[in-house]
Ligand binder design. Structure first.
Ligand SMILES: Nc1ncnc2c1ncn2[C@@H]1O[C@H](COP(=O)(O)OP(=O)(O)OP(=O)(O)O)[C@@H](O)[C@H]1O
Length: 230
């Protein structure tokens, strides 16, 4: 079996800064390999977004071990975290966060700005079009968000996440603002990325979307329980 991309063991997170510290994660374990898709489900407030922000290195665990490609990154600095965020992760949220005055292609290209400035124009164009094509909307490259449906806008956001060839896609309620049919198209676009070897972690309240992932983990009382399929 291949080495896991992500291996979380005994992750805990306690929210401080309140009268009573609150334990949100109490020893969560999760393993994700290349090409695997995992749904994280659980009631509102159970800590799903907190878990995703730890995996995406926006935050650090209080205890436990986080291995990324076999490397222990449980206690890395913010500087190292920022590097790994852009080299390893693509993020998709419920809100699309597209820039209104830019076209779909320009929105996707924004993700290619790095510390050294822009990639050469030809390479940039090729990568942007490939990412838009992967989510089935290359023909909308020159459209601005106002002229696109919610599902199309979310696919632009997914293309923006994919354009840097992430190892793992982290999607937090990506269909939350969409109707069922449109949501299905968005899940199709995310699932297609796993067929190309990307790992996918999907936080969702939608049972049908969760059921399309390879595994479902319930977050209950701060720990993840894998659901055994019937
Ligand atoms: N910065 C914060 N300060 C105080 N409380 C917080 C903070 N972030 C999260 N919480 C609390 O931590 C708990 C877990 O929040 P989290 O957003 O991770 O849950 P969730 O499972 O993603 O919820 P939902 O399904 O509603 O999005 C909640 O009770 C929330 O109110």
């Amino acid at each position: 079996m291949t080495q896991p991309l992500i291996e979380l063991t005994g992750i805990t997170k306690v929210l401080k800064g309140q009268a009573q510290p609150r334990t949100i994660l109490a020893g969560a374990d999760l393993t994700v390999r290349a090409g695997e898709s995992v749904a994280i489900v659980g009631r509102s407030g159970s800590g799903k977004s907190t878990l995703l922000s730890l995996i995406g290195l926006f935050d650090r665990p209080d205890e436990g071990q986080y291995l990324l490609d076999g490397r222990d990154i449980s206690r890395i600095s913010e500087r190292q975290a920022a590097k790994l965020r852009s080299s390893h992760f693509g993020f998709v949220f419920q809100r699309f966060f597209l820039l209104k005055h830019l076209t779909a292609a320009q929105n996707v290209a924004m993700a290619l700005v790095n510390g050294q400035g822009w990639l050469p124009r030809r390479e940039r164009r090729a990568r942007v079009l490939e990412a838009l094509d992967q989510v089935g909307i290359a023909h909308l490259a020159k459209n601005r968000p106002a002229r696109m449906s919610g599902g199309e806008q979310q696919r632009v956001a997914i293309a923006r996440a994919l354009v840097r060839s992430p190892r793992v896609l982290l999607a937090d309620e990506p269909t939350g603002a969409l109707d069922t049919e449109t949501g299905t198209v968005v899940i199709d676009a995310l699932s297609a990325a796993t067929a190309r070897g990307c790992g996918l972690i999907l936080v969702t309240h939608d049972r049908d979307h969760a059921a399309r992932m390879g595994r479902i983990h319930d977050l209950v009382d701060g720990v993840l329980n894998e659901r055994v399929s019937a």
